[in-house]
Design a protein around this ligand. Structure first.
Ligand SMILES: [Fe+2]
Length: 596
């Protein structure tokens, strides 16, 4: 790290810190002003390339524009990992260890490094026209900081679990005031995240992207392959674990698993997009069981080594909301904070927060109360866009908007709901969401097949008014980031079938008015009309595309699906009122999907 003297702030000028994560997957940017998060976004939303890993030039431009500053106002830039440590300390020795098996993989990695990763600071300076200091924080420290420094806890046990950073794949640490230290690590190639990804690959889904599909598939299966799982991973009582590397190809190959894995399970790898059999569901369930077991052991050990009443979780595996729900219900901790951007994009937040505390010795900021940290569009922006598109719309005042949309929600309408600042992290939380009536079972199929064009096994998440959550779900705490799974109460399961999974569980988002007044008011009004404080909330995108960022993206999604209404700020569009020539475009596009 750079010397602290480089960063001494002037009295009159606020300290702006820019955190960056890129070059692996899921680029992100976070901007702090005097330690407060003023903006955070993923690059994919702007470039429309899912999981874009390039230097987040567009997201940085939006961050600067949002804060009304230029790059010259940035006091320090932080990068979310240590690239040279990763290359010389892990990648190179790993390739030497498995040589010559990893030749092809090594050549790919070298090409990537020579073109991009070795030149990270040079690229930051060149692309962003930045001349100030650049600091680096280790990958898992970035994850840990993204949770701990935004938890609002005075101290905490910290656990991070992901695929891999430089070396670490799992860490245990302690936060105390403005200090944070990682005390224990498990190193590559032993990785719970890579085990999950390897089985995701074996089940024919996309790695680093579709792990949550495997989690959604698990409730349909039985844990019939636990013996095989225990051959893949040896777990000790203290939560430490080792993978049996014979079964995995990721150390030296261009794929995650090979013949040995197929022999272990007695089935070939599932061809992507082919039908899902009971076998695949059983493997998914077994993987989920072992993941929960390992996570429980890790957090139990973490509490012993770094005791606190509070737990902070981050890293890709912290997006496993079934495991999170189990940890919460264990009662091991009084309260838990999980960073909503727990994937690598969230590392941008973490590195920026590390710099704020370590370089500038700044005071701690309050708890992160919501994830609406991206950019917004005004009604004027939206109207100008729609006028240029020559599309009919209605512009309603706030009260009429809530009343109209809550009425439209009753029954089978599916509505694109685009409001205010974009969410940071992989979940739509009510500003870039597709919403529908959770009481209507048909809506599950309708949204899956006619809007998302995807596999129908996955359930939808509910948003519920926070004060009513305990009346509908077995949940006694808030879950504002859709990161906890709990059971729908048996008496309510028939009432909200579209959000209740086959095992009775639901992936819950709670909403409090001060987190998002308009979204809260909408659901409150819907409850007044129907008696139900729960709606379907799913991400506003079509299969294979990032979540929408702009009115243009939202309109594209509206016109290329069977969505019934689109609400952009205070402006509402009805599919029935779209001009015939635009509908021809829609019908031509939709013909490519076989819809029964
Ligand atoms: Fe990570």
């Amino acid at each position: 790290m750079q010397q602290a003297s480089l960063y001494t702030p002037t009295v009159s000028r606020p300290v702006y810190i820019l955190g960056l994560s890129f070059s692996y997957h899921d680029s992100g940017v976070a901007l702090l002003k005097d330690g407060e998060v003023v903006f955070a976004a993923q690059e994919e939303r702007y470039t429309r390339k899912k999981q874009d890993d390039r230097l987040p030039v567009s997201a940085v431009a939006h961050a600067l524009q949002f804060a009304n500053i230029t790059i010259e106002d940035i006091s320090a830039v932080g990068f979310y990992e240590k690239p040279l440590l990763k290359f010389f300390d892990r990648l190179l020795p790993t390739y030497i260890k498995v040589w010559p098996r990893g030749l092809l993989s090594f050549l790919h990695a070298m090409q990537d490094w020579m073109h991009q990763k070795l030149w990270i600071p040079q690229n930051i300076r060149k692309e962003l026209k930045y001349t100030g200091p650049i600091s680096y924080v280790q990958h898992h420290e970035s994850h840990a900081a993204s949770a701990y420094f935004l938890s609002g806890f005075p101290d905490a046990t910290i656990v991070t679990v992901d695929g891999v950073g430089e070396w670490a794949t799992t860490t245990i640490g302690k936060g105390n005031g403005t200090e944070m230290e990682l005390k224990k690590e498990i190193h590559f190639p032993h990785s719970l995240g890579l085990l999950y990804s390897a089985i995701t690959y074996y089940l024919g889904f996309r790695v680093n992207s579709a792990e949550y599909k495997v989690m959604g598939l698990a409730p349909y299966g039985k844990p019939a392959y636990m013996d095989q799982m225990r051959k893949l991973i040896d777990v000790k009582e203290d939560g430490s674990f080792a993978l049996t590397m014979d079964y995995f190809d990721y150390e030296y190959g261009l794929k995650m698993t090979g013949k040995k894995m197929e022999e272990l399970f007695g089935h070939p790898r599932r061809t992507p997009e082919s039908s899902l059999e009971q076998f695949h569901k059983d493997v998914a369930r077994s993987l989920q069981e072992i993941t929960e077991e390992v996570m429980m052991k890790i957090v139990t050990q973490a509490k012993k080594i770094c005791p606190s009443r509070y737990l902070c979780l981050a890293g890709g595996v912290a997006l496993n909301c079934v495991a999170n729900g189990k940890i919460l219900r264990s009662g091991l901790f009084e309260d838990i904070f999980i960073q909503p951007a727990s994937g690598d994009a969230g590392g941008a937040l973490g590195v920026a927060l590390c710099l704020w505390h370590r370089m500038f010795h700044g005071r701690r900021r309050e708890k992160m109360e919501h994830a609406f940290l991206g950019n917004a569009y005004t009604n004027e922006n939206i109207r100008a866009f729609l006028d240029a598109e020559k599309l009919p719309y209605e512009h309603l005042d706030d009260a009429a908007l809530i009343d109209t949309v809550s009425s439209l929600l009753e029954g089978e309408n599916v509505i694109g709901w685009f409001q205010g600042r974009m969410e940071f992290g992989p979940r739509s939380l009510g500003n870039r969401s597709i919403i529908a009536d959770a009481r209507n079972k048909e809506n599950w199929q309708k949204v899956n097949l006619k809007i998302k064009f995807r596999e129908s096994f996955r359930p939808f998440a509910p948003t519920v008014l926070e004060e009513k959550a305990h009346e509908w779900f077995d949940l006694q705490t808030e879950s504002p980031y859709m990161l906890l799974v709990a059971d729908t109460l048996p008496a309510k399961r028939q009432e909200i079938p579209a959000v209740t999974h086959v095992d009775g569980s639901a992936r819950i988002q709670t909403i409090r008015r001060n987190q998002n007044p308009r979204y809260y008011d909408l659901i409150k009004c819907f409850e007044g009309k129907t008696g139900c404080p729960v709606i379907i909330n799913t991400s506003f995108n079509v299969r294979g595309e990032p979540i929408v960022e702009s009115p243009k993206d939202a309109l594209h999604c509206f016109l290329h699906t069977y969505m019934d209404y689109l609400v952009l700020g205070n402006i509402i569009l009805s599919k029935k009122k779209m001009p015939p020539e635009r509908m021809q475009e829609t019908e031509a596009y939709l013909k490519q999907f076989s819809l029964d």
